[in-house]
Design a protein around this ligand. Structure first.
Ligand SMILES: [Zn+2]
Ligand SMILES: [Zn+2]
Length: 241
């Protein structure tokens, strides 16, 4: 785990055959009110917990888990993490929280073929991803997280309840899988995905000034060129109809 800036820490994913999403810890350590953003692939819970401990953070300070969205590569190790920090609340956008509470795993696996493959590979039964969500986000909230304010932006398209977290004072964006480095964007062919919604979401993100981009996979960027997200959206526009 590395420190991006005061109050923002990065735990790189450890990709296997299936990718393991990055995770981030946000909040000023002195606040003892930290949030873990995404957890990662099944089997990667101890990697994430060990990374937090190595930074000298006490697990007791981690008060909640906020999911950018609930795909398998982001939520896969949630039950492993919950065993280590059972007190942590779970915050997810309502459009993915409701299915998760009902045991509807279509968003988690994205497509039937992938569900079969994951269940076989990891010995998962149907209904393994059934969680109680403590706070259902809608987008537009200003979250006070460990002495920092983060805006929740609903950015559907990659998945129906994807959110971005934006910290205006330092121009930091955590966009989940909606936009990556190198002018890449998230896929838009899985359950609940929608290409034209994705275009609108990219345009919504392009309204924010972003210097630090902390996506769910691949490189993080600390000096994003001005207009980067708009340029990315424009490049992809012909495909996002
Ligand atoms: Zn995803
Ligand atoms: Zn992902």
């Amino acid at each position: 785990m590395t420190k991006i800036t005061e109050g923002v820490y990065f735990i790189p994913g450890q990709d296997e055959l299936i990718p393991d999403s990055h995770a981030y810890v946000v909040g000023k350590p002195s606040s003892q009110d930290l949030s873990l953003i995404d957890v990662g692939l099944i089997g990667k819970g101890s990697h994430k917990i060990q990374s937090i401990l190595k930074m000298g953070i006490e697990l007791a300070a981690v008060k909640r888990i906020i999911m950018t969205h609930t795909h398998f590569d982001h939520i896969g190790c949630l039950s492993e993490i919950q065993k280590q920090i059972p007190w942590a609340e779970l915050w997810i956008h309502a459009l993915e929280a409701d299915p998760l509470e009902q045991g509807d795993e279509r968003t988690v696996y994205g497509m039937d073929m992938f569900r079969g493959m994951c269940q076989m590979q990891y010995g998962l039964r149907s209904g393994a991803f059934h969680f109680k969500v403590n706070r259902k986000l809608r987008g537009g909230e200003s979250l006070e997280l460990g002495g920092m304010v983060w805006e929740v932006i609903h950015i559907p398209g990659h998945s129906i309840g994807s959110i971005g977290l934006y910290h205006q004072p330092k121009r930091i964006l955590i966009p989940g899988d909606v936009v990556y480095a190198d002018y890449a964007i998230g896929r838009f062919d899985l359950h609940g995905a929608n290409a034209s919604e994705l275009k609108k979401s990219l345009m919504r993100l392009a309204e924010r000034e972003v210097d630090i981009l902390l996506p769910g996979h691949h490189q993080t960027v600390e000096k994003l060129p001005p207009g980067y997200i708009l340029k990315t959206a424009r490049q992809w526009e012909p495909y996002l109809v």
